[in-house]
Design a protein around this ligand. Structure first.
Ligand SMILES: Cc1cc2nc3c(=O)[nH]c(=O)nc-3n(C[C@H](O)[C@H](O)[C@H](O)COP(=O)(O)OP(=O)(O)OC[C@H]3O[C@@H](n4cnc5c(N)ncnc54)[C@H](O)[C@@H]3O)c2cc1C
Length: 297
């Protein structure tokens, strides 16, 4: 097998041999990773194809805002999409590459007087991560505005396009979570609206986040998915777990749905805390709550 670095060097694709996941995840947790930075779609697909053909383990990461890497790092390649960040607007359609930050896409929508994405302003993710997760907030979800998703199928070894129905969107889930598809870009259809009103909604949502969420500590947002008809944060708070701490990981005092890194938290601390919360809720409520943050092994 040709060595990974040889392939990257030959194709002038940027990589960093040892970068701690704590440097590129919002949790600020995780050990050494081999990170790769494709600059355009062709490079992105060529890297993925090379890894697939050579049986090399890899993971695609956008803004790292919904993941927990292990303290030992990742035994494979971490492909970062941050350089694939082009955004274009045609009439009411915004097209964005997978690595574009949601905040930038929302600002672009606002500048063009297009409404529909305000809910996503303040979600610290990329377009790829948001489509993958069907990210949502304040009554809106990515599925409400998505009209097309361009993917690379690692099984069929070709680019494919999904329309809204075939994306299989559900609560924090999509058809892209099977492992077969790499999201390249997405198109969102918005509606024309008054810019002042769009801005007011964006500001309102940001304000609500600042007042309710522990944004001054590293985290991965809500640690758990909502249980049908129940707010998980509320159940955790009612169980008296606010402030419960394992090592450097703590159930936020401000919002019990968030696990925060109080300083020096390890992935093991977070996992132990998650397990504790799950078992307490199981005992009190008789239900199994599911994590939203994705553990990367
Ligand atoms: C403070 C805070 C607040 C948050 N608030 C919200 C909220 O209100 N609503 C909400 O839904 N989420 C929220 N989140 C969670 C997170 O921001 C979202 O899930 C976001 O969509 C993840 O995007 P990302 O680029 O960071 O994904 P990453 O964390 O980089 O990746 C998440 C998953 O997506 C996969 N992925 C990423 N890019 C691609 C791609 N191009 N192709 C295939 N797979 C890909 C990764 O492999 C991984 O499995 C919050 C997080 C934080 C830290």
């Amino acid at each position: 097998m040709r060595k990974l670095t040889e392939f990257l060097d030959e194709n002038k694709i940027q990589y960093v041999k040892e970068k701690n996941a704590s440097e590129f995840t919002t949790f600020r947790i995780g050990g050494k990773c081999f990170t790769v930075y494709p600059e355009n779609e062709d490079e992105f697909i060529s890297v993925i194809s090379f890894y697939e053909d050579n049986g090399v383990k890899y993971i695609v990461i956008g803004c790292g805002s919904n993941v927990l890497f292990s303290d030992e790092g990742y035994n494979g390649a971490v492909i970062m999409t941050q350089k694939l960040s082009k955004i274009s607007v045609t009439d009411k359609i915004i097209k964005a590459e997978c690595g574009a930050q949601l905040a930038a896409v929302c600002k672009s929508a606002y500048k063009n007087g297009l409404a529909g994405l305000e809910f996503a302003y303040g979600i610290p993710g990329s377009v790829g991560g948001a489509v993958f997760m069907n990210a949502g907030a304040y009554g809106g979800e990515i599925k409400d505005v998505t009209v097309k998703v361009r993917v690379y199928s690692t099984k069929e070894k070709r680019i494919m396009e999904f329309d809204n129905e075939t994306c299989g969107f559900g609560y924090r889930t999509s058809a892209f979570q099977t492992g077969e598809y790499i999201i390249l870009s997405a198109e969102f259809e918005l509606t024309e609206a008054d810019k002042v009103e769009i801005k007011a909604r964006m500001d309102d949502f940001i304000g609500r986040r600042k007042s309710k969420q522990p944004l001054n500590y590293p985290s991965a947002g809500s640690a758990f998915k909502r249980y049908p008809g129940r707010y998980t944060g509320q159940m955790i708070e009612e169980a008296g777990l606010k402030g419960y701490t394992v090592g450097g990981a703590q159930v936020s005092e401000k919002h019990a749905g968030f696990i925060i890194n109080k300083g020096g938290a390890t992935a093991d601390d977070v996992i132990k805390l998650i397990e504790h919360i799950k078992s307490v809720i199981k005992e009190r409520e008789g239900i199994e709550i599911e994590t939203e943050v994705r553990k990367i092994d």
